[in-house]
Ligand binder design. Sequence first.
Ligand SMILES: [Zn+2]
Length: 407
Amino acid sequence: MAKKAPLITQKGSVYGYNYPTRVRFGAGVRAELPGVLKSKGLNKVLIVTDKGFAGLPVFQQFESELKSAGLDVKTFSGIWGNPVKSQVTAGTQAAKAHGTQALIAIGGGAALDVGKVIALMMNHPGDLFDYEDGNPSAPPVDKAMPFIVGIPTTAGTGSEVGRSSVVSDDQTHRKVIIFDPRLLPQLVIADPELSLGLPPLMTAATGIDALTHLVEAYLAKGFHPMADGIALEGIKLTAKWLPITYQHAKKNLGKATPEHIEARGMMLNAAMMGAAAFQKGLGVNHSCAHALSTVADLHHGTANGIMLDACMAHNAKAVPERFKEMAHALRLPGGKPAAFLKWVAKLKKQLELPLTLADANVDASKIPALVDVAEKDVCHPSNPVAITRKDFEKLFKASLGKAKKRK
Ligand SMILES: [Zn+2]
């Protein structure tokens, strides 16, 4: 259990590493931030966060610490749910009005994704969606951008170490990927104290999203041994620490026990490793999850969790040796692909997540619309085996049917 491991995230233990960006990691490490900004002469600071986090005492304390250090701080907290373009537009106006020199994106994946593209749109012309990844007539990203600091408060998307943002159209809900190396925050503050109060359900849902990134990156087509290595270690960290994090989230309700801080800290690392690894690609599971968010408004992590059993069983037939490697990494008895699938099912139960589409109130009538969206999604082309329309139908149906087996 946690008590035997070194308590690497106790106060005073701070670690720095540069991969892929500069990361400062440790309990309380956020206290370094005012000094960093002042040393760079960045006085006008815009905090970008979501409505929920902005209302928490931990946020108000964070904001007042920056202000009392003498920085000129404004907060934009007009973010909720899945990120949409109008939030970016409003945030960009706030950033311009303030003359923002440093932009601190703090919160879950939505706040980080929106914050990164607010930084982009501050001095770049045109519409946000002009900068869509793959658009041959996208304007060049060559203007000044504020210094971006990413501070994750959930351990899921790993957007703080990513070079892209996903923002939806307000009306059509079409998801648009904005990609540019300059969206990578220059500094990440990974402070597990900031995620202590994350409710159990969100802890589980964001954690299973991180796991899905790690697994899909490891399985993705293509040659990328660096990503593979990171993914395997991240899977090991998640297997060990996600159940502990969840148990502490339930028991301690935000209290700062050393074990809870350590578990939260390890999950912050696992989430960053997931995002670093999925530079290689994702797969069918994310295409299904994106469809579930678009069509049925499911939380991204919850949707990924529901689809894991069916999608991974499908992939295990195509690339059994990859599943054996994951089973070996976790030292699962037998070391066979089936052992890994069994472990996934057990973890989902431990985390008390919705196990099936029926558990999340999605019924068979939604399947045609889900298949339409999933088929067009950008993630499944890197799945280790090609996914057809029929396959999508089968996977959604399989995830629906298991509801009856639940007690
Ligand atoms: Zn994801």
